[in-house]
Structure formats: C-alpha cells, structure tokens
Ligand binder design. Sequence first.
Ligand code: FAD
Length: 533
Amino acid sequence: MTHVVVIGAGFSGLAAAAHLARGGARVTVVERHDQPGGRARTWSEAGFHFDMGPSWYWMPDLFERFFRTFGHEVSDLYDLRRLDPSYRVVWPAPGEGSSPRFPPGSGAPPGSDTASGSGRSSGSWDIPAGVPALRELFEAEEPGGGAALDRFLAETGAIYQAANSDYLFRPSLTFREFMDPRLLTEVVRMRMLRSMASYARSFFGSERLARLVEWPVLFLGASARKTPAMYSLMSYADMALGTWYPMGGMHRIIQAMVQVAEDQGVEFRFGSRVERIRVEGGRAVAVEMEGGGGALSADAVLASADYHHVEQTLLEPQHRQYTERYWERRTMSPSSLLYYLGIQGDLGDLPHHTLFFDQDLDAHMDAVYLRPAWPRSPLFYACAPSVTDPSVAPAGASNLFLLVPLAPGLEDSDAARETVFQGVMARLEAHVGLPLRERLVVKRSYAMRDFEADYGAFRGNAYGMANTLRQTGPLKPRLRSSQVRGLYFAGQLTVPGPGMPPSLVSGELAAGVLLRDLGVRPTEASPPGSPRP
Ligand SMILES: Cc1cc2nc3c(=O)[nH]c(=O)nc-3n(C[C@H](O)[C@H](O)[C@H](O)COP(=O)(O)OP(=O)(O)OC[C@H]3O[C@@H](n4cnc5c(N)ncnc54)[C@H](O)[C@@H]3O)c2cc1C
C-alpha cells in the first residue's frame, strides 16, 4: 500500500491526511508539537482555555463540505452557533485618526453608541446578523445604502458561488487552468482586478460603510488597496453567511478533523519534528526526525508545514525550487502581537468580537506594509469567547484574546510588546468603562519570535503569504515540487491562501494531485469543474 508521510497537523495537514487515506493511501502524520492544530492549537492556564490563533468561523459551507465528504454533518461533531451581533466595530471619534466622512443628516445607525448614549470613548456599531438588519444599518448611515448593499451582495455573492463551486478547487499548477473565456469575461465584467478599496467605494459614499465591507480582506494578509476585488467574496461571507462559533472553542474543529482522519486509518506521531526530507534519485523517500528520532520511509511526502521552512530548512539546497531572494521578494501576511488574558469578573458590555478601528487605519497599514515599524496607535481586535461560551474560563472570570497586526520581520522585544499592550488595554478599558488590568490573573504574549520558534515561520509571519494579485493562483508557490518527485505542499503559503477554510481546501487539493500522480483514485468530493485525471 502506498505510504504517504504528511508533515504537520494543522488544518491543511489534517485535511490532506484524511483525503489521502480515503483515497487509498496509508498515511502517517508527523507533528512537532504534542497536540494537533498548528496555528489553531490551544493553551490552558489556571482554568482558562485559549484558542491560540483563529477565532472567526466564516464560510460554514466549506466546513460542511469537508465533513460531509467523510459522512458527517457538522452538527454531529460540534455545536456551532451563529453570533448576533456578528461583531462590533469601534470607529474614530469625529476629528480623530482617519475619521470617516459623516454624511449630513444621515442619522445614527442602529447599534451605534450615539444612538444608545452608552458614553463610550468613540462611536461604535454592533453589526447585526442577517441581511435585513444590515440593510437598515446601511440605510441609516447613508440614504440609498440599503439598496447599495443589495447590489454589493448580489455581485459578491456571484463571485463567492463561482469560487466555491469551481475556481477555489483548481490546483493552480499551470495558467492553462484559468484560460477559460467564461472566467476571463466574468473577471472583466465584474471588475475583479481593481483593488478592493476602490471596488468598495464604487458602491458606498460613506467611508465607514466602505471600511466595513473592505475590512474582511485583511484576513488575506494585505491591505484593501493591494488586494484585488475578486477577494470581495470574503465580504459576502461576512455579511451574508455570518460569523459562527463552535462551542468549546475553535479547537473543537481540529478535534473533529482528527477523529475523521483516524476513522480513515490515519496514524499520528506527535512530538516528532522533521529535520530533513531525504531525497534519493530525485525522489522523496523518507523523513528524518530530529534528536535521533529515526526515519520514516515514504512513497511520497506531503509537507503542510510552512512552505519556506520546508524548502529552505528540510531540503538540501539542490532540491529547492525557490531561492532566498524569491522569498525576500514575497509579500508576507502580517505577523501579530497576541495576548492571552484571563480576567477576574466580567468584561462589561463587550461582545464576542470587537474591532478597534478607532485610530488611523492608513497609518497602521503603512507601518505593516510600507515602512515596517511598531505602530504608535495600532488598530486591534479583541475576542471575548467566554461571552458566548462559559467553558473557556473559570466561573466568574473572562477569557480575552487581543490581536495587533504587525509587520513581519520586525525586531521583537518584550519592551515593545508591553508598550503596545498598555496602549490597547487603555483604549479597551475606556471602551468598556472597567479597570481590566487590575483584574488580570493570566497574561501571556505571543509574537514574531514565537511564530518563528514554533512554526519556522518566515519573518515570523502569522498567516502565510498575502493574497495580492501577483500572489494569486499559479503565482503562488506550487502544490507539487518541480525539483523532487513525490514531494507535495499544502497550507497557507500555497493555494488558495491563508485562513482555515482555504487551508482545508489546500489539503484537499494537494492530496488530489498526489493521488492522481500516484495513480490512486481521486477523492469523490471534488466539485464540478475540478480537474480529473
Ligand atoms: C493569530 C492568528 C489568527 C488567525 N485568525 C483566523 C481566523 O479568525 N479565521 C480563519 O479562518 N483563519 C485565521 N487564521 C489563519 C489560520 O489559522 C491559518 O491559515 C491556518 O490555521 C493554517 O493552517 P496550516 O495547516 O496551513 O498551517 P499550520 O497551522 O501552521 O500547520 C502547520 C503544522 O506543521 C507543524 N510543523 C512545522 N514544522 C514542522 C516540522 N519540521 N516537523 C513536524 N511538524 C512541523 C506545525 O507545528 C503545525 O502544526 C489565523 C492565524 C493566526 C496565526
């Protein structure tokens, strides 16, 4: 039986492993950490259970699709709840930061604190779940905004459907896969190559509405000015499909994936760090573990650890496809400064997700992409999962996770982390009106040097390579090595890109290409339009 070694047990490695085993291969997953999940690992301390990475569950259809392939409904595996409000956005106070234009007479949108008089430090919107309520918010902000939202969702919904039923599932091994007159006509007709920033402003005059519909592309690692409008499908996912949460935490998804993989016969070796991929006669034949952990022979290797780490560290130079110069010239996604905080008592009026867009967005984006530096007044994101799920904190306490995007490759120091921490906590405390720092019982930070140490992340990136136009589809590092036969790649640095759902797809695509190359039958879940052997 064909034996495939999968390196890494994150979303992409788990998806690949399950698909490979289902396709008829014997599969062993080797993972350096003592638990699965990769960027989606958990960390527990003093009764608090923290998801270490992802916290937004979007595109529920792609998770359903994955689990259905293996005969499960999501509802059999975890308890998924839709959040309402989906999230809160805190805007700059008028006259501060890159303050949006407020159209005269537009009124206060529903959920804004100007309407409720909550006395927060700046205006904020609670973004409701469901299009009808959203339409009201848009109309209140800008006359005609509701109709503009309908047009925006109709167009981005078509992009979403086209991507999720077809284009997302093309392995992008050659440009020929996309030489499709229908696709090219659609790209031009729907203006998909313009920037997301200009696309958003072609629908909405209000700067706040434009910012609201463009922010989801930040998940893809680049600013809205650098991300093509084809990725507006993220905005559709946000507004039309909703924000969800698996009770117990995001790690419940990982546990379910491990269960599915084990049911297919996948074997796991945790605490096993690969230090070399052995190549003989131009073919990957084994992986060697560090610390005298022995070698595992293989008919093929599927590496789902960071692409740069695999090529530049686990392969001898003559077997690499890309030079260090190639990597230096890529646009990586931001790194992040994260804080895992356990807080005694509640968090006041804080919803599950809050985006603090109350400072100058452009200045922060410049500090991430143009002139890398620790931002002075960063935007940040606060996640309070214990608001929805009491199981992630001890009774009477709250679980809080903070994320500040930072330029990859910045010099990382405890002092710089602490300065940012004090600044964002002061803003958070002003927003909720509570002295949260006085009630801290757990505090752990995580940033560039931790991403490098834990994942071999190039320049400490948090979520791979940015989805810019020049780094889309066949322009990304390829799923199949051109230098080493039997070596395949999956994960957030290859197609389709960063995020949990794309990583799931990446694992499926890499497994499909490998199975096809080895002459094993492909997975049956491939949607219409995906290549057949
Ligand atoms: C802070 C943060 C927040 C995020 N928020 C969201 C979100 O809200 N929603 C969303 O959809 N996505 C989010 N993402 C992105 C998402 O988490 C990732 O895109 C996804 O988890 C990547 O999965 P992966 O399998 O490609 O990589 P990884 O999860 O990094 O998996 C790679 C695995 O390989 C292992 N490995 C590395 N080197 C070796 C080696 N030499 N030997 C053996 N094993 C090795 C690693 O330990 C790891 O387990 C976030 C990411 C981060 C970091």
